[in-house]
Structures are given as C-alpha cells and as structure tokens.
Design a protein around this ligand. Sequence first.
Ligand code: SF4
Length: 333
Amino acid sequence: MRHRRALPWRRTRDPYRVWVAEVMLQQTRVETVVPYYLRFLQAFPDVRALASARQQDVLQAWAGLGYYARARNLLRAARKIVRTGHLPTTAAGWRRLPGIGPYTAAAVASIAFGQDVVALDGNVLRVGVRLLGLQKPSTAPAVRRSVEEALRAVLPPGRAGEFNQALMDLGATTCLPSNPKCGVCPVRPFCAAHALGLAGELPRRPPPRPRPRRRFVAALVRDRRGRVLLVRQPPEGVWGGLWTFPYVEAPSWPRARPALRRLVGVRLERDGTCWSFEHAFTHFRAHFRVHVARPDSSPRRGRFVPPEQPGLPVPAPVRRLLARLGQERQQRE
Ligand code: SF4
C-alpha cells in the first residue's frame, strides 16, 4: 500500500468511474489518460449522463485518445445498463456488456465490488510469467492459464481489488518490460526469472507479424472563407462516427475520384498540392495522400468547418493537419 500510485481512479470504488478508467487505460498510457479521464467525468459524471449523451459528444470527449471503438462501446454499454436497470456486480455480468473483455470485467468486479477474481492485463501477465519463469511465448493460451491459476491460488480473499492493483503497479513501476528493477523488487525472493538470470529476457515474444500497408486518398475541399469540408465516417469503420476529410481506399487520385464524388455528391478536380501522412491502426498501417480539390458545385454531403476550431470529433492525424491549415489561414488574414 505504501508504494501505491496516486491516480484519480484509485480514490473511488464507484463502478462507473472504475470502468471508464479501465476502458481508457486499454492501449493508452496512464499519463495520457489522466486529463481525459477528468474531463470525461466532468462531461458525463455518471452512467445516466453518459447513456443520454449524443455519440458525437462522447467521441468529441474521446478525440485524441484513439481506438474510438472503445468510446462507442462505452456508450452502448451505458445505454444497455440504463435500459435494463441492471448494473452488473460480477465479472461474468460485465463480460455481457459491449466492449468489455476478461481483463476489464475482472478489474471492475474486483476493484468496485470486491469479487475474488484475477485481472490479467499486459503488466500483470509479464509479472506472472517472470515470477513463474515461464519460457514459452506469453501469447500462448497455456501461459496465460498458468499465470491466472498461480495468481488465483495466492489471491487474498476479499482483497482482490488491492491485490490486482498492486500487481498492476509492480508491473508499471518495477517489473518493467526491459530493465526490470529487481534490486528494489519486493517479490524478488519468489521470482524464478530472477533466480535463473532471465528477468530481462522474459516473457518471450513470438516474432512480430508485419502489418500490411494500405493506401488512401483524401480530398481537401475548401470554401471561399477557407473553411474545410469534413464528412462523417460510417459507424462500422475504424473512425466510425468521427469527422474526417472525405477519403477512400485507393492507390491514386484517378482511381479515387469516382468514389470521392459519391462521398460528397459532386465532381472534384485535383488542384495540385498534396500532403502525406501515415497512421498505424491495430491491424494495418495507413498511408494517406491528401489532395487539394475543387468541387464543380456546392458539396451535397459533409460540413464546412473552420480548420483551427472544427467543433466536431476528429481523429488525431486529421486534427494535426487541420491545425496546420488553421495557422496558414490565420497568417493569410
Ligand atoms: S524480481 Fe525482477 S523480474 Fe522478478 S518480479 Fe521482481 S522486478 Fe520482475
């Protein structure tokens, strides 16, 4: 308890707050999450407030955190909780809500409701693999099972929340992925990896799978006032519900043009300048080429927004480009 990290979500056992924190912490660093968490709770202080929010406002509060499916699922789950009038109290109950995997379910159930379950995130898995000295890749289901069983066997009844959080902290501050600080580690006497001199080598990882690279073409359409056309992405896409430049998957402008026309409802002519940027999604790397384009009449879909203040939820790479365009616009004026 003395070395417990002082994080805002540690001051509460309110299941809603614990749940929001755990969802934000998936794939995002603690330091990044803190300001988002505080702002999100100000905007949506409880599950009812979240459930009655518009998806656009939730995505706006999430904009910049990435992995937007988390925000959409959070909203869907909140609506389900309010609709059914049932807030789960067990890990099995939380698993039935959209977007909640075994880790998040166990974390919420143990921290908020004291259920005796092990919450196995990446940090805890690494600590477990090292304590047990397991040499197979940590992605093997048998390795996960062994760690879970071993931790369950030593879990102090009624204190699973503290136990899980202590392991998370140990993984985040001491048993680091590389250069673990074994010299100051309180569980060193029980650690097989340390005894074997393998602390820095475990867990073993399978060779990385190359992420395919996909090419996208986007159109930068501006009106006379220098505002930029954004379109809303369909719900099923990786940026579902967010607003972006009109873009399609295509290798070049000529191949993209017919689909872009369908997207904005008018013909677009390329106007020379273009920017490129890359963005890593979970399963692929995306290469975007953004072409300045002139519409032959007023676009029928989308919305023109000032680039320096779009007022809509936009993904981080689009926001960066908008900020640049906004600066250029202000310098011109
Ligand atoms: S002794 Fe080292 S490897 Fe073992 S749990 Fe502690 S920090 Fe991790």
